[in-house]
Design a protein around this ligand. Structure first.
Ligand code: TXA
Ligand code: MG
Length: 310
């Protein structure tokens, strides 16, 4: 308990001084900075080597805090009650008098907001007088981090402090939902879209592959392990690591399993760890078998699809 308090204190101190630090969330680790501070936000973009036209998600502790920055609508309140805190990000209208740094949104009038569930992150947010902008803690276009060693892998000594919250429970990024006009999904993620549809009682527009790039993070080549990856592969080549959804009776040295028993939630949780491991094991190419396209399988397929554009 004592070390939790002292780590939170350290984290707060860095953030209060406009530094950025890595924080644990239930989806993936984030690279967090004061969302009201131009200096802090500029540091995040620099460290991630992220294009400035790719806006950040801002993380809040509660609705009172959010109301200062965004207009809230009925759909948002319905979904917030059911799914927040948790792996869902809402796109809302930014208030004119909001203090959000213009670098967070690239000067746009909308804001991506999320209420994280990880306990340490919640304690940290509660201790601050500002919300935290936090993209995933990885170099731009690479795999997200799900544990401290991944963050070190990405940034080495360039990162000042990592708040250790263990391995991320969900393991893939949040589902992004625009609530500006007709509700539409901008990114598949840790919350199954059909659950959102149930609450809103309607089918959602899926806007993830449109030519008009609403969300620059949706450009091709994202979530890449940094080596070529092929999808829907029935027979891998000898020099490829082969990723399978569940354990097989006959095992080869290049076989990697996402789960024991084809559980798609668990497969999503293990996905980035397995892709990182394959690279660390020295493979130069990856082949992945066809993954069922339902539930979080849709999220897995979305990430693999983008990674295959390498
Ligand atoms: O689970 C997550 O969402 C993690 C954790 C750390 O919260 N964060 C995360 O952030 O994945 P990032 O920056 O890697 O992805 C955020 C995505 C980007 O694709 C960005 O383009 C999109 O959100 N985005 C941000 N603001 C937006 C806006 N106003 N309108 C549309 N898309 C937006
Ligand atoms: Mg990211």
């Amino acid at each position: 308990m004592k070390s939790i308090q002292s780590n939170i204190k350290k984290a707060k101190n860095y953030l209060d001084n406009n530094h950025c630090i890595a924080v644990p969330t239930e989806t993936v680790y984030g690279l967090a900075g004061n969302a009201y501070s131009n200096d802090a936000i500029k540091k995040i973009f620099k460290l991630k080597k992220r294009p400035i036209n790719n806006p950040l998600i801002v993380h809040y502790y509660n609705l009172d805090q959010l109301e200062k920055d965004c207009d809230l609508n009925d759909n948002f309140l319905k979904l917030y009650k059911k799914f927040s805190p948790g792996p869902i990000t809402y796109i809302l209208k930014l208030k004119k008098n909001s203090k959000i740094s213009k670098f967070v949104t690239n000067n746009k009038k909308t804001l991506a907001v999320r209420f994280p569930k990880h306990n340490l992150f919640k304690i940290l947010l509660k201790s601050l007088s500002y919300p935290l902008a936090a993209p995933s803690a990885n170099l731009s276009s690479r795999l997200s981090s799900v544990k401290v060693s991944d963050v070190k892998d990405e940034f080495g000594k360039k990162i000042k402090f990592i708040l250790d919250g263990g391995k991320s429970k969900i393991g893939v990024e949040s589902t992004i939902l625009s609530l500006l006009n007709r509700p539409s999904i901008l990114r598949y993620g840790g919350l199954d879209v059909s659950k959102i549809e149930k609450v809103l009682n309607k089918k959602l527009l899926i806007n993830i592959n449109t030519k008009i790039k609403i969300s620059p993070g949706l450009f091709p080549l994202h979530y890449s392990p940094g080596i070529p990856l092929r999808i829907n592969v029935k027979i891998p080549n000898k020099d490829e690591a082969y990723v399978l959804i569940k354990k097989r009776k006959v095992h080869f040295k290049n076989y990697y399993y996402l789960t024991k028993k084809r559980n798609l939630d668990k497969a999503a949780k293990n996905l980035y760890t397995i892709l990182r491991k394959i690279k660390q094991d020295g493979f130069k190419k990856i082949a992945v078998e066809k993954i069922p396209n339902k539930g979080l399988g849709k999220t897995i397929n979305d990430r693999l699809n983008r990674a295959s554009k390498y």
